[in-house]
Design a protein around this ligand. Structure first.
Ligand SMILES: [Zn+2]
Ligand SMILES: [Zn+2]
Length: 703
């Protein structure tokens, strides 16, 4: 290091578990502003890095390498952005460099600084051109909506109900996190839009996070309709790398004033951020399930605190974690119980399957009373929706002679029968083969499907309702580009009488003429080991209920409200009692009381240590050694470590998977242990031959 040189500490993505520190030091002839994108040599490669806050210089004997270049064309990432990344890295037990680089668009890492400079020049020129065009069209009196397509011409804001007006005021006045507890159809979206408008008017940016963009095209089109002139951009994993970089840059440079995105967008660089909206905050897809297993909802709340800006968490069925925080006064709670336009709640009908003869159940997925209701609904010219959360034709094929079942040779799971292409498909590892002509075990020709999925349901309904237009929407039917959009628009246009689908159609779609919604096999999940199963089922059923009868004119035309039918073997379960009463608060109260007794979140904090290995023995031995290592640490005080257990599907693609639960009533105690555990865990890795990987999941959602 020459005496005149400056030391630069950078966050860089290191080869996995290289045992290196979070930041690496380099030199540069001039001081480098923290937050600048730089390129540095690492081994023989040149890699992307982010200049971090410089720590006080310390004398060291090692010769530091020089920074290769500094991307002067791109403004530095803000201190708030770096705080968010540093917090997430520490909380979710990942290295700072890994998190910082994974929070940036992948293409940004591939381009060198010259290419980046070219891109920013291009973006600035495009922006200037569109501003000129907008000014010209304003001068000639034509509508000013920049490059917006005609259907996205700016729309006027509708008048709010007093409930909505109060919600907007409360969100903006509070400044912290607000739990917006609003019934399905209560007009939460309009509250988001008007709060966003107020923030945009103050010259700030708005971030809107949604579980999955493709499943809620309506929110995107409403945002686009309202804010096209402000510059709206999207950030999600379905964008091409080039698009993602362009959209990220638009937010970072401040060109885009509204960013709509999925969980990864919580890390969007928005220097003038003024509001964060998390829609459907209870949705599990806000939790990343690999790499840094962060919760975008929780990070949004952190980001709001760190940048002193309001955060809205909206849901008709809030997560019990958020609900509890509102009870503790850490979040402000705003209720919107009324459905806009006076649409009534559907009448809930529980169909007790214990009373339906077995023979009848075998013949048809829908019990006779439900089938009658479906026919009546069709006779009235209304649409209906039948939900079954299992795709494929049948979950398993079996042989009547020898009891062979279509198991997957690589997973501890069945291969699902897909009748359309006569294939057996493993939904875990993707293995797909032709259906065998005879039983592979005994040669008998008599192999047949057991149970039913959406394809079989579609087939049965087609036979039972001659002439009805039946459409199926599930992950298999909407593979192609635009397939989901065209299926949904067929439903909206009234070209579909009966819609069959998995829970993906229960989310967010604003169907106007649904007279009946039916949920088949609802309670399959209720008695699994996952303590969140009742919470998820309740959310699904409330969402399903929300799909029925959203149009007040539909109700007015009939004596009765629309109907939600639920086929269940456990009609007295508290989930269904609460559903009948549309009473989330009562449901939350009983669930919270049970969890308090059982010592479960939100009363305690959890982490899972997961191990993947070539054999279950290796995975278990590693977890046992990890447990011993933790128990030897003074930080283990106040933390309980449970024995290792296999995952629900223990083997996937020939990898054995086990996990170990770590629990504490104190989040701080748990965090302290996890931090201290890091080094011993890394040291243990090499001692277990056959261990493929391990990962910590902090605040896990799937247990
Ligand atoms: Zn057989
Ligand atoms: Zn498999």
């Amino acid at each position: 290091m020459e005496p005149a040189d400056h030391r630069v500490d950078v966050a860089v993505e290191l080869p996995k578990h290289g045992g290196l520190a979070d930041l690496l030091s380099y030199t540069h002839p001039a001081a480098v502003e923290p937050g600048r994108l730089v390129q540095v040599p690492l081994g023989k490669r040149l890699v992307r890095a982010v200049a971090w806050d410089a720590s006080p210089p310390e004398p060291h004997g090692m010769a530091l390498r020089a920074v290769a270049s500094v991307a002067q064309s791109v403004p530095p990432l803000s201190p708030a952005w770096r705080r968010l990344v540093a917090f997430a890295a520490a909380y979710y037990q990942r290295s700072l460099g890994e998190l910082a680089l994974s929070a940036l668009p992948p293409r940004l890492r591939q381009l060198d600084d010259t290419q980046l400079a070219r891109l920013t020049t291009k973006l600035a020129a495009a922006r200037a051109a569109s501003a000129t065009k907008a000014a010209a069209s304003a001068a000639t009196g034509t509508t000013n909506t920049a490059d917006a397509p005609p259907e996205f011409q700016a729309e006027a804001s509708p008048t709010l109900t007093s409930e909505q007006h109060h919600a907007v005021q409360a969100i903006l006045a509070h400044g912290g996190a607000t739990l917006l507890f609003g019934a399905t159809g209560s007009g939460k979206t309009e509250v988001y839009l008007q709060a966003a408008q107020a923030v945009l008017d103050r010259g700030r940016q708005v971030l809107v996070l949604v579980p999955e963009i493709n499943l809620t095209p309506q929110l995107e089109s409403r945002l686009a309709a309202r804010f096209a002139a402000h510059g709206l951009t999207t950030l999600h994993s379905a964008l091409t790398p080039a698009q993602r970089l362009k959209h990220w840059m638009a937010a970072h440079l401040g060109h885009a004033r509204v960013v709509l995105g999925t969980r990864l967008a919580v890390f969007a660089s928005m220097p003038e951020l003024g509001l964060i909206v998390v829609d459907e905050e209870h949705d599990p897809s806000f939790k990343q399930q690999e790499g840094a297993r962060y919760s975008a909802r929780d990070l949004a709340v952190y980001r709001g605190q760190s940048e002193s800006l309001p955060v809205v968490l909206g849901s008709a069925t809030p997560s019990l974690e958020s609900w509890r925080r509102a009870q503790e006064g850490r979040y402000q709670r705003v209720d919107m119980p009324e459905r806009v336009g006076g649409a009534r709640w559907p009448k809930v009908r529980l169909l007790d399957m214990n009373k339906i003869p077995r023979e009848v159940q075998r013949q048809h997925a829908l019990a006779p009373p439900l089938m009658d209701a479906l026919r009546a609904c069709r006779a009235r010219g209304e649409q209906s929706l039948v939900l079954l959360n299992r795709r494929g034709y049948a979950p398993v094929l079996h042989c009547k002679s020898c009891a062979w079942k279509s198991d997957c040779p690589h997973c501890s799971a069945w291969r699902v029968f897909h009748k359309i292409d006569r294939s057996l498909r493993c939904h875990h590892c993707g293995l797909a083969t032709r259906v065998p002509k005879a039983c592979p075990s005994c040669g008998d020709m008599d192999i047949e499907p057991m149970g039913r999925g959406t394809q079989k349901l579609e087939e049965q309904l087609t036979l039972a309702l001659p002439g009805a237009r039946i459409k199926r929407i599930d992950a298999d039917s909407v593979r192609g580009k635009g397939a989901l959009e065209s299926s949904l628009s067929a439903v909206h246009e009234g070209d579909v009488d009966v819609l069959v689908g998995t829970q993906m159609v229960a989310k967010g779609h604003d169907f106007r003429r649904m007279g009946l919604v039916a949920v088949i096999d609802a309670d399959g999940s209720l008695f699994t080991s996952d303590f969140r199963a009742p919470e998820r089922l309740f959310a699904l059923l409330m969402q399903a209920a929300g799909r029925a009868g959203r149009d007040a004119t539909l109700d007015a035309a009939r004596d009765e409200a629309s109907e939600l039918w639920v086929q269940t073997w456990h009609p007295t379960h508290p989930v269904f009692e609460a559903l009948k009463a549309h009473d989330f608060e009562a449901f939350a109260a009983t669930q919270l009381a049970q969890r308090q007794l059982a010592g479960l979140p939100p009363w305690t904090s959890l982490a899972l240590l997961r191990a993947d290995a070539k054999s279950a023995d290796v995975a278990e031995a590693f977890l046992q050694a990890a447990s011993q290592a933790a128990l030897g640490l003074p930080e283990c005080e106040g933390v309980t470590i449970y024995p290792a257990v296999p995952l629900h599907v223990s083997k996937v693609a020939d990898v054995e998977r086990m996990q170990m639960l770590v629990e504490s009533p104190s989040r701080i105690a748990l965090q302290r242990l996890l931090a201290a555990w890091h080094a011993p865990l890394q040291a243990l890795r090499g001692q277990h031959k056959g261990l493929l990987r391990f990962a910590l999941d902090v605040d896990p959602l799937q247990i």
